[in-house]
Design a protein around this ligand. Sequence first.
Ligand code: SF4
Ligand code: SF4
Length: 382
Amino acid sequence: MRLEVDDDELAACVSCGLCLPHCPTYRVTGEESASPRGRIAAMRAVHAGAEAGPAFTSFMDLCVQCRGCEAACPSGVPFGRLMEGARRTLVAERRYQPWWRRAGYRLLGHHRLLLAASSAAALAQRAGLVPARLGLPRLPVRRPRLDASGTDAWLFTGCVMDAWMRPTHAAALRAMEATGAGVTPVGAGCCGALAEHAGLAEVAGGQAARVVASMTGTAPVVVDSAGCGAVMKDYGRLLGTPGAQAFAGRVMDVSEWLATRPLPTGRRLPLRVAVQDPCHLRHVQRAHAHVRTVLTPYVEEVVELDDDGLCCGAGGAYATVHPDMAARIRALKLEAIAGARPDVVASSNPGCAMHLAAAGVVVRHPVEIIAEALGGPEALGG
Ligand code: SF4
Ligand code: SF4
């Protein structure tokens, strides 16, 4: 089986092993096959003609796609692209993704249907009809309205985050508008990140094209989900058109965008805040420093986690597909959080926030903390 990867990129790994301590699945298992180096060796063997049996599929599937290895690699191996290429090949040749996962990824592109399904699930939850073992957060029955205030910037609202965590978008709007900008929120459905990570390139491409078409012009496209922002900055490669390339150049994480603005004066909240860097903000967008810049004026103290940005185990849909491994990885993050003794953990990614909250951690998006400092918690709606 020839994998859909670039031969030179696959050959770039020199097997030095420097990435291993940054790999959450290797840290938890100690297994070479669960390390970046082991996964690349397996890809090379299959690419050279070895049988791609169930073991190969499971080695690929167990990767969280956090790309901590990529950031640590001195040889510049683009591990994320290699893994996406391997999964695309498995999808094409082995029907690697079962029908129910494919259906789920497609549903994310139909936003009204997702909102309706989410509201129905919220009512079922209130009636005690949703088993706790599914691990769903408490879903909202109602969501705050998001009104446009101008055309200086777009705010991308996404899919699951808009259905389950819209108060975070309301806080982002509040923080952005407080800098004097007029903002238009846009609900264009899923950005395509989850489908892309699953190897479903066609689904991802369709979703990405819809997002590009929904925010025309030259205004910045601001994103308050690190995972969405990472793939949207990569739309040029994903869609391969000049329009998509230009769009990708306008995408900014919300903290990255706020850091370019005159931050308004607000209260200083009596909070010790530990920043949890989502992998796709730190290792992929490399924009995590802005979170500290924009939080610092509004809280008593910003503290770092002593784990060198190790993944928390959420990984988009990973925690749903591999709940045991996700929980074992999260245990390492919980240790780091306990060591920092924060009042609250700030996370810029909805998946990380839900995964940590499910373990009892008090988590808020940085913009929620900023919005509270600017106007009181009652302003956030719910
Ligand atoms: S991916 Fe990079 S850091 Fe990891 S073994 Fe290969 S060359 Fe070394
Ligand atoms: S992407 Fe993350 S989980 Fe996958 S091999 Fe790299 S460090 Fe390990």
